[in-house]
Every structure is written in C-alpha cells, then in structure tokens.
Design a protein around this ligand. Structure first.
Ligand SMILES: C[S@@+](CC[C@H](N)C(=O)[O-])C[C@H]1O[C@@H](n2cnc3c(N)ncnc32)[C@H](O)[C@@H]1O
Length: 267
C-alpha cells in the first residue's frame, strides 16, 4: 500500500504496526479536536441524543449503564439526570479528569475511569453499554472485535450493547475527498481516501488555530449493516437490530447514520 494518506508502519489490515509511535486515537482527541468539536455541541443536542439512547434501549430509572467511550461526559451527564446509574470510561486522560471535576462540582454520582475500550475492567455489571458517536472502528479488525467482546463481558446476561456510527453505504454515496471549513474558530482541512480492500477511511486532517497547526492521520473502519451484524454476532451478541437515526427509522442504505444494538444472550 502506498499513497499520501497511509502512515508509515501501517499493516495489511490498515492498522498501525508495532512501533513506538502512538496510535492516532491516543493523541488526536487531546489536541485541537477537543477545542473544535465541543464548540459545535449544544446541550440540546446532548439531551436529544441521551433521550434517543434511553428510548431505543428501553432503559428504566436505576439501570446501570456504561458510556464507553464517554469523552467529556456529554451524554453521560444527561443520562444520569434521567435517573440512570452511570459509569463513563475514556482513553483521553484530560477528558476523564474534566468529567470527574464536573461531576464533583455538580454533585453528580457518576463513576469516571480512564481505560481502553478493548480492555474494560468489568464483568457482568451493566444493563447497557453504549458506544455513541463515531467511536467504533478505530482499531484493526481484531481490535474492533476485542472492543465488542469487552462490551459483551461488561454486560449482565440480557444486557444490550449499542453502537452509533456513520453508515458506510451513505458515506460512500456522498464521498467527498477534500473539505476545508471552519468550526469554532478553527480551520479544518481534510483529505480522505477510501480503501475498499480493508473497509477503512484514511483521513489526513489539519487543524489551524492562529499560529498553531496540527496534522493528524486517522484510520477508521466503517461498516454497512451486514458487516456490523456479522461483527456483533462474532462477539457473541444475539437479537441484533439496526436503526436509522432520529426519529428511529428503518435502517437502509440511505440512512446517514446507524444505530446497532445487540443483546448478550441469557444462558
Ligand atoms: C468521537 S468521541 C465521542 C465521545 C462521546 N461518546 C460523545 O458522544 O461525546 C470518541 C472518544 O473516544 C475516545 N477514545 C479513543 N480511543 C479510545 C480507546 N482506545 N479506548 C477508549 N476510548 C477511546 C476519545 O478519547 C474520545 O473521547
């Protein structure tokens, strides 16, 4: 493989090979991303998304939910306000720190932990695990499966795992290789390459704020409905259902986003 959007050291699966270089998701979120995207987030949007989660998973008050990854706790705090017993985990240390500080300040009873979604320290604890907003597909195929299996292990039997991501079919039919725009005062220039063989998008994204410039190379696996079903099945889930986005419509190739839900079987 070659080309400007492949990082040195990428393996056949599109994942990074063993090297001392941090993986993109270890550094990306802690940079200007953290300043660009939260500014486009509104509380209203977080509330609407939390309502969608609660409704689609039919979560009653008091149910134990793991928000993984939780970022700054955008959805975690809203679900807690709706009466759910929340735990949030994320890899980005500064996000976890800020979320903990906010919880303390608000007197919110939410547990936040820093950990990798492939290695969750939970065993049969949760009624639901949510992976919300483009937070799945960061690893090679074995790593993505490991993340789904870790969610499976964290669930009680009968518990549900929800993944909310872009729909590959939509992305490919609306594919734009270049974009250049400004979000929250930060210019974002990106060039995207689609690699059909591995099902991954390789994005070279530059953030510019004043004199500061940050370059990132992001590699992300995207899924169509059948591929998502197959991944969830391989991780052990049953009763798999797919939805389009709000209002919770039927999932089709025209759905911009995908909500996939699998249930840990009761044995
Ligand atoms: C697109 S954000 C979404 C955050 C949150 N779900 C939301 O809706 O606001 C993706 C998050 O994944 C986290 N992340 C990246 N790699 C991770 C990993 N290996 N394990 C756990 N979290 C990770 C990032 O720190 C970031 O907060």
């Amino acid at each position: 493989m070659s080309g400007p959007f492949f990082m040195a050291g990428e393996g056949i699966n599109g994942a990074l090979s063993m090297s001392n270089k941090p993986e993109w998701f270890e550094t990306y979120f802690d940079g200007l991303y953290g300043r660009a995207f939260p500014s486009s987030d509104t509380k209203a949007r977080a509330i609407a998304e939390a309502r969608t989660v609660k409704r689609v998973l039919r979560l009653r008050k008091g149910r134990r939910v793991l928000d993984c990854p939780c970022g700054l706790g955008r959805i975690t705090f809203q679900l807690a306000k709706m009466g759910l017993a929340m735990t949030g985990v994320d890899l980005t240390a500064s996000f976890v720190r800020k979320a903990k500080r906010r919880a303390k300040k608000q007197g919110a009873d939410i547990r936040f932990l820093r950990c990798d979604m492939r290695e969750l320290p939970f065993d049969g604890e949760f009624d639901a695990v949510i992976n919300w907003f483009n937070s799945f597909g960061y690893f090679d195929d074995a790593g993505n499966l490991a993340a789904a299996k870790a969610a499976f292990a964290a669930l009680k039997p009968g518990g549900k795992f929800l993944i909310e991501v872009m729909n590959k079919s939509w992305v490919l039919s609306h594919f734009r290789q270049h974009s250049d725009g400004t979000v929250g005062g930060i210019r974002i220039i990106q060039r995207i390459r689609w690699h059909a063989d591995t099902g991954r998008l390789f994005t070279k994204r530059t953030f510019i704020k004043g004199k500061k410039t940050e370059n990132h190379r992001i590699s992300m696996r995207i899924y169509n409905g059948a591929e998502m079903r197959s991944l969830l099945r391989e991780a052990g889930f049953g009763d798999i259902r797919l939805f389009g986005h709000a209002p919770l419509g039927r999932f089709t190739r025209h759905s911009r986003r995908m909500i996939a839900i699998g249930r840990r079987p009761v044995k």
